[in-house]
Design a binder for this molecule. Structure first.
Ligand code: CTP
Length: 451
């Protein structure tokens, strides 16, 4: 019996899929079809698959060509499958030409001409439409976001807005955007959504105006420096039926999304202590991060990361908050520690732009602790440790690029799925803004007392 194997995601089953399965089946007596698992697709950067694994298996089953359906879960599995199932022929579409020649060692490899003019990506895009996002601001993070957007299908960054015409013109050219404008109104007329990447104190006005123009908003963190402003923006977003997202990239990463429920599952008992640090040592005093008028300082700049971990693990209802800070020569905090006391637990967030500290996250419980090594905010790996070390375990989930693609994907999916996908919720964003606001009051008092 001649056995044939082929693989694919088979999302939104289309004519191209039908044709390749039909021809694959005709090449032998028995066809095995490998359908990619959701996790595997995510790990290889295919982030926008619409249907679940169960639905995609059902698609293949309905075609009537598959004698056996298996799940493809990891890179390298094809070799194992070919050996395990005694496969004679490996078949794949011509878009993969040459990529699977290494399997010739194990069986015959055949590339079949791909059906022209159809793909799952095309169907997803025509079904959902392309989301045109306007970039507000042309700084370092905006550049990284546009680079990362190339990995997310269904979205398109076309225009940039900024006040400095020369700068945004260059930004548009460097990033292959169709246009630039110094008029925010003009940008809002051209796009479906905006990404706000301007200095923190300007976010509120830009977000508000975008929401009132019925545009979805992805806003760099911190969304605002005041709890009442953040609250108002979320209320406005609800009233105008648009999605509002705070871009705390850690929250959207695959490993962090697994870490939180894992830690709360009881695996380390009751969580009693969360200790999170993020320092980014900077020495150029001309940077925005050292300018108090542009929302500089380590808390404004970095505290969203430790706080999102703390709030997701312990909730936002702390009973008491304490600050320690080192003020630098430009009157911004160059190192700060925030201690949040809960009824039955404690959390510490340390941030610095002028002090270097380990960048770890440790979650301690009554049975053990979870350790996420630096840079924990680009969560990729964590380990769970117990008194009895033989029970220790390590977990790894791939983190592609610099992670902005995950928040862009979630933002996009929230819009197409009508908001059932919120990752950083309103309560968390407001609680973050409240801590920042309280800290800035404390900092100002400290500076004024010093003078
Ligand atoms: N395929 C094909 N003709 C098409 C589309 C896909 O022959 N028009 C083949 C692929 O080459 C592959 C199999 O179908 O062998 C499964 O491909 P899959 O990645 O699931 O489909 P795509 O439509 O290419 O998906 P996407 O757009 O998400 O990459």
């Amino acid at each position: 019996m001649k056995k044939v194997i082929t693989y694919g995601t088979f999302d939104l089953f289309h004519e191209g899929h039908y044709n390749i399965l039909k021809r694959a089946k005709e090449l032998g007596d028995y066809l095995i079809v490998g359908v990619t698992s959701d996790n595997y697709d995510k790990s290889r950067g295919k982030l926008n698959v619409k249907q679940s694994l169960v639905e995609r298996i059902e698609n293949v089953k309905k075609s009537g060509f598959a004698d056996e359906i298996i799940v493809e879960e990891y890179l390298g599995q094809k070799i194992e499958d070919i050996k395990k199932y005694n496969v004679d022929v490996f078949v794949i579409g011509s878009d993969w030409y040459g990529k699977f020649d290494y399997l010739n060692e194990f069986c015959e490899v055949i590339y079949l001409e791909r059906t022209k003019g159809i793909s799952s990506t095309k169907l997803r895009n025509s079904e959902r439409g392309i989301l045109n996002i306007g970039c507000v601001g042309a700084g370092r993070i905006a550049k990284r976001m546009i680079a990362e957007s190339k990995f997310v299908s269904g979205i398109n960054f076309d225009y940039v807005y900024g006040r400095n015409e020369e700068k945004i013109k260059k930004f548009a050219e460097d990033n292959y955007l169709s246009g630039y404008t110094t008029s925010y109104d003009e940008l809002l007329n051209k796009v479906d959504a905006v990404y706000i990447a301007t200095p923190h104190p300007t976010h509120y006005e830009y977000v508000k105006k975008a929401i009132l123009s019925k545009k979805h908003v992805l806003c760099e963190k911190p969304m605002t420096l005041s709890a009442s402003q953040t609250k108002e923006l979320f209320e406005l977003a609800k009233a105008n039926d648009v999605v509002l997202y705070e871009a705390i990239k850690t929250s959207y990463s695959p490993a962090f999304k697994r870490l939180i429920p894992f830690a709360k599952s009881g695996v380390i008992g009751n969580i009693k202590d969360v200790d999170a640090t993020f320092t980014k040592l900077l020495s150029d005093y001309s940077l925005r991060e050292f300018d108090p008028n542009q929302g500089g300082g380590s808390v404004n700049e970095l505290i969203t990361y430790p706080l999102i971990a703390i709030f997701k693990l312990l909730g936002t209802k702390y009973e008491n908050i304490d600050f320690f800070t080192c003020i630098g020569k430009t009157n911004v905090d160059e190192y700060s520690k925030v201690v949040l006391k809960y009824k039955d637990s404690v959390a510490t967030a340390s941030v610095g732009i002028g002090v270097k500290k380990d960048g770890n996250l440790t979650i301690s419980g009554t049975k053990g602790y979870i350790f996420v090594p630096a840079p924990w905010w680009k969560t990729e790996f964590f380990e769970v440790n117990f008194e009895d070390q033989s029970l220790n375990e390590k977990y790894y989930y791939k983190f592609n690029g610099d992670g902005l693609r995950y928040e862009l994907t979630d933002f996009y999916m929230s819009i197409v799925n009508k908001k059932d996908n919120i990752v950083v919720d309103e309560e968390e964003s407001i609680a973050i803004a409240r801590v920042i606001e309280q800290f800035n009051q404390y900092l100002n008092e400290k500076i004024n007392n010093k003078l």
